[in-house]
Ligand binder design. Structure first.
Ligand code: PLP
Length: 247
């Protein structure tokens, strides 16, 4: 037996929960996603776990457009966006999203995890600082770990604690505060107006993960930054369509 097989041979928790009929993961759905779905046994069940807040996944116009795109472009991009995988459709979408959010540029990613893993370490590195709310999403934690920047955090939504952290940092250093707009486990909102005040006072930048904000808060679903009227003061943000884009 190999080392890994040896390590995990006694790990039987999933099997225990499957047998007890309470294992919640990888459950097969056989219908369209919606507020009600059909499971593999044909049961109609209410869906409380969905992130498709806008309902656009089932919108007939979106389905018809996706069918036309499949006919024209096939089922894949045959390469990374960076090289040969950028379609005119990507660029059109990014332009329209930038206009919608009143931002200079938008870049689409395939998942929210990919945004946080791909962007944070790219924009801050050695000598810089990342300051996170201690309830930030796990993908922000994974993303920040990839950066050589010094990593600090403050108590959830505690602006005094954030200020305590910022006070100790050099004024001229690059300091990126990263928060969930809507915290995914707690469901509360980041205190963006106060965060923006502190950003200005301590010369920082701010990134907002709008995974659960876009499509829900703000004018026509422009997100939590729009809800608080701070979009122009936020340096980077991203949200799900439900799929991700970076603003
Ligand atoms: C706040 C937050 N950020 C990031 C993600 C990761 O997004 P994805 O599941 O598209 O990778 C999630 C997941 O829903 C989330 O809730």
């Amino acid at each position: 037996m190999g080392q890994l097989q040896d390590k995990y041979k006694n790990y039987r928790d999933p099997q225990k929960y499957i047998q007890a009929g309470v294992y919640p993961y990888f459950r097969e759905i056989t219908s369209k996603q919606g507020t009600e779905v059909t499971d593999i046994d044909g049961h109609k069940i209410l869906m409380f776990g969905s992130n498709a807040y806008t309902g656009l996944t089932n919108d007939e116009r979106v389905i018809a457009a996706a069918q036309r795109a499949l006919e024209k472009y096939g089922t894949g991009c045959a390469g990374s966006r960076f090289l040969n995988g950028t379609l005119d459709l990507h660029v059109q979408l990014e332009k329209e999203l930038a206009e919608f959010e009143n931002k200079d540029e938008v870049l689409c990613f395939s998942t929210g995890f990919a945004v946080n893993a791909g962007v944070i370490a790219m924009v801050v590195g050695r000598g810089d600082y990342i300051i996170c709310d201690d309830r930030d999403h796990a993908s922000i934690v994974d993303g920040r770990r990839l950066s050589f920047a010094t990593q600090l955090h403050y108590k959830h939504n505690d602006m005094q604690d954030l200020e305590r952290v910022l006070q100790k940092l050099p004024q001229e250093a690059i300091k990126l505060i990263i928060v969930d707009g809507v915290f995914s486990m707690e469901g509360d909102l980041a205190k963006l107006p106060e965060i923006i005040e502190l950003k200005k006072k301590y010369n920082c930048s701010v990134m907002v993960d709008e995974a659960h904000g876009l499509g829900v808060f703000g004018r026509q679903g422009r997100g939590v930054c729009d809800h608080f009227g701070v979009t122009d003061d936020v340096d980077l943000s991203w949200g799900h369509s439900r799929r991700a884009w970076l603003l």
